[in-house]
Design a protein around this ligand. Structure first.
Ligand SMILES: Nc1nc2c(ncn2[C@@H]2O[C@H](COP(=O)(O)OP(=O)(O)O)[C@@H](O)[C@H]2O)c(=O)[nH]1
Ligand SMILES: [Mg+2]
Length: 380
């Protein structure tokens, strides 16, 4: 392969290892979410909506006449996600030593929930939350109270902007999270608005810290996340397959996706070593465990990097990751080599039938719907 001349495979190997190491470390981190706001602002309701909870299966209990708690409620949603729910952070600051405070208030996502007309008393809570959070999202909840008076909304938003001292480009998310109160009528349907956009912005923000999957795992269905991971991997491979040196990143992309899918289903971190070690299972010939050699095996011997070559790399990647998803969905794991291999061969046959060129065309088209439809054939 002529392309070998223009880059150093050791560099690529080292760079890929570094990337996988980062993922390994990131997935072991914690995410802390603090929801602050007056009693009855709708904090518990918003949490339920953010985490896609139903009326019957809530995360946080909701009540119009809730006992007035001024204390900070903390609960672990999983090993890696902690939620704080409180009218303010004052108690933590008052009751704890400087060190404890620091540890307790290492907040990733702060959410200030307000409702109704602006109240300058919220500014102190907002400022404190801001001081201790990587990012604060301001939410104006109960937007439905303006349903018969919609033109009031911009005025209320502007008032809150002023009361909290926000700049023009600091967004106030408008939400409705009605229907979680057990006192609401039996046949009440959830009225959820604006929460999908907020969730998306929160996860987007966490991306820069490599922490988005940790929170997303608690929010979304596992197969939805697996599909998103595969989507990202296919898009990356589609690009990597065309760049001679970068073609070797393909193995890194595949290993990263395997680590992510493993995390989604198990909540555990798969070592980069274990992830890379799985990949040769899907190569037609015996290739050892060097990232360089593995990647090369997925590319054509001619070394010509065209749509057909990209197609081959994409087909292998899709079949591989779909097989990994399949074993978890069906109660197996990565040690079940024969199931992995069998599913891989089955998926690959289906893809070969469609044709590598056609598969490449779909992925390279960047048509999100078409790409998702293709992935859905393999990840139900
Ligand atoms: N109209 C309306 N009521 C809501 C909304 N969100 C929550 N509520 C109601 O407000 C009350 C307090 O909600 P809750 O989530 O317990 O507030 P928290 O005390 O801040 O946790 C409950 O009766 C909820 O049903 C909303 O968007 N619109
Ligand atoms: Mg509450």
């Amino acid at each position: 392969m002529n392309a070998n001349i223009s880059f150093n495979s050791d560099d690529v190997e080292a760079e890929t290892q570094k990337k996988l190491e980062d993922i390994e470390q990131n997935l072991a981190k914690k995410v802390t979410v603090a929801v602050v706001g007056n009693v009855s602002a709708g904090k518990s309701s918003l949490l339920n909506a953010l985490f896609h909870k139903t009326r019957k299966e809530v995360l946080a209990s909701v009540g119009a006449i809730s006992g007035v708690t001024t204390k900070v409620k903390r609960f672990a949603l999983s090993k890696n996600v902690e939620i704080m729910d409180s009218p303010g952070l004052g108690d933590i600051l008052d009751e704890n030593s400087a060190e404890t405070r620091q540890a307790m208030l290492d907040i990733d996502i702060g959410i200030l929930v307000v409702s109704g007309s602006a109240d300058t008393a919220q500014k102190q809570h907002f400022d404190l939350l801001k001081e201790h959070s990587k990012q604060v999202f301001v939410v104006l909840n109960k937007i439905d109270i303006y349903d018969r008076q919609k033109s009031s909304i911009p005025k209320v938003v502007a008032q809150w902007q002023e009361a909290l001292g926000l700049t023009e480009n600091e967004e106030i998310f408008q939400t409705c999270t009605f229907g979680y109160d057990p006192d609401s009528d039996e046949d009440t349907e959830l009225d959820i608005r604006g929460v999908d956009g907020l969730r998306e912005k929160i996860l987007d923000f966490l991306k820069q810290y490599g922490k988005d999957l940790i929170l997303a795992r608690e929010m979304e269905h596992k197969s939805v996340l697996a599909r998103r991971i595969i989507y990202g991997a296919l898009a990356a491979v589609g690009v990597e397959a065309f760049i001679p040196g970068s073609a070797l990143y393909i193995t890194g992309t595949q290993a990263a996706a395997i680590m992510s899918i493993h995390y989604v289903y198990t909540g555990e971190v798969l070592s980069k070593k274990s992830a890379v070690a799985i990949i040769p299972l899907f190569a037609s010939q015996s290739i050892g465990s060097s990232i360089f050699l593995i990647a090369k095996s997925f590319l054509p011997p001619t070394g010509i990097l065209d749509v057909a070559a990209a197609g081959v790399a994409i087909v292998v990647t899709l079949a591989m990751l779909s097989a990994v998803n399949w074993v978890y969905e069906n109660g197996y794991n990565l040690d079940d080599k024969s199931e992995l291999k069998e599913q891989f061969n089955k998926f690959k046959k289906l893809l070969d039938h469609i044709g590598a060129k056609e598969i490449a065309r779909i992925i390279l088209s960047r048509d999100a719907t078409a790409i998702m439809d293709l992935i859905k054939k393999f990840v139900k």
